[in-house]
Design a binder for this molecule. Structure first.
Ligand SMILES: [Zn+2]
Ligand SMILES: [Zn+2]
Length: 389
């Protein structure tokens, strides 16, 4: 067993206690007062000087001037009622169903190890505790607030739990997961009596044609090798069976692995919606509901290096290749600016007695993975700095 893993194992109950405290008090988006207080207090007690960054982020650093390796953990929960029945279950209507409580506590355990071994660090390790990953806005907010500067991050790594065998570490080459954009199309027609369509402009008929026309973007306009998802998941319009509504609203999401395909699909969405609406004498307005995030880009060299470190820290063949995911992770914003890697750490498979995946109100996690995540965080940063000093 590597010395880092041995120390992380010794700190297991410390990490689990923090994790359960965060788990009991889940908070959402940028509104994380209790979580931030806990993280800051813990960092101060470990000898750090934490700094607020952006709306609700925290950074802290250990080591000495030199190259800088950034470690990211997210802190926000989901707006869903927990149904696990665990003794440390959520005490409010939100839930850490995506495992961010584990990420945050694992990074705190890593922070403790890094502080204990600060003399050995051949550069700086910067810790990034971010809010609002689920709202895909927290990483961008911290980047705009300067998290990647002073000192400049030279490489970055994030870990995320995954519904796989506990303690395994998955990765994907090049793109780990997709971009994400969310849109609303408002189709405006002319309402009126259902028995007199000739006096109206039917926004429902128009919306249906827009929906059908949009299917051509992925099936006919993008190279078959490219992954593109364009899904409409909401359609709202009408109040009665004999009244044409004035408007219909459709909402959906675009996911791709390629920034060029992403901007092409967004442009075509707007063109097809507007021109199809015009063909039916209606109007369409397209709104993108947030800035969206790019695909997560794993740096090939950093991935080769860090899989080597992780296999040394946790044992040969810990790392394995996973198919890329059509879900998204807003650490992708960092990955477009600094060489980065994202790893998926298994926290229990169905065969091991963990039948539910993340975002399920019944999901539970094998807490044995927590100290392994801490060892990966601390050990990878130390190894990378050693090799690049
Ligand atoms: Zn999530
Ligand atoms: Zn998550």
């Amino acid at each position: 067993m590597s010395d880092i893993l041995f120390r992380a194992r010794e700190l297991e109950s410390y990490g689990i206690a923090i994790r359960r405290q965060i788990h009991k008090n889940p908070e959402l988006g940028f509104e994380l007062p209790k979580t931030i207080e806990l993280v800051e207090k813990e960092l101060v007690s470990l000898g750090y000087e934490p700094v607020r960054c952006g709306k609700a982020g925290i950074t802290a650093a250990a080591g000495k001037p030199g190259r800088t390796f950034l470690l990211r953990a997210d802190m926000d929960a989901l707006p869903m009622k927990e149904e696990t029945g665990l003794e440390f279950a959520s005490e409010n209507d939100c839930m850490h169903a995506c495992g961010h409580d584990i990420h945050t506590s694992a990074l705190l355990v890593a922070a403790r190890i890094l502080k204990e071994r600060e003399e050995e660090l051949q550069g700086t390790v910067k810790l990034m505790f971010q809010p609002c990953e689920e709202g895909v806005a927290g990483a961008l907010d911290m980047v705009r607030a300067g998290v990647l500067g002073n000192p400049n991050a030279d490489a970055a790594m994030a870990l995320h739990v995954v519904h796989e065998k506990a303690g395994t570490v998955g990765y994907s080459w090049t793109t780990a997961c997709a971009s994400s954009d969310v849109f609303a199309i408002t189709v405006k027609g002319k309402g009126g009596h259902g028995a007199a369509p000739h006096n109206c402009v039917d926004p429902i008929n128009t919306a249906v044609h827009i929906h059908m026309a949009l299917q051509a973007v992925n099936s006919r306009e993008v190279h078959p090798d490219e992954m593109l998802v364009l899904s409409i998941c909401e359609i709202h319009g009408g109040t009665a069976s004999n009244i044409f509504p004035e408007t219909v609203v459709m909402k959906g999401t675009i996911r791709t692995m390629n920034p060029e395909v992403r901007s092409f699909a967004k442009d075509r969405l707007v063109q097809i919606a507007k021109q199809t609406a015009a063909a039916f004498r209606a109007e369409a307005a397209v709104e993108f509901l947030h800035e969206g995030i790019p695909p997560m880009r794993n740096d090939t060299i950093l991935l080769q290096e860090t899989t080597g470190y992780i296999n040394r820290i946790l044992g040969e063949d810990t790392c394995y290749e996973l198919p890329r995911m059509t879900g998204s992770e807003d650490f992708s914003v960092v990955s477009q600016l600094v060489p980065s890697v994202l790893y998926w750490v298994g926290t229990g498979s169905e065969e091991e007695g963990y039948p539910y995946g993340v975002h399920d109100p019944r999901v539970t996690f094998n807490e044995e993975s927590l100290h392994k995540m801490a060892a990966i965080y601390a050990g990878t940063a130390m190894e990378w700095l050693r090799e690049h000093s």
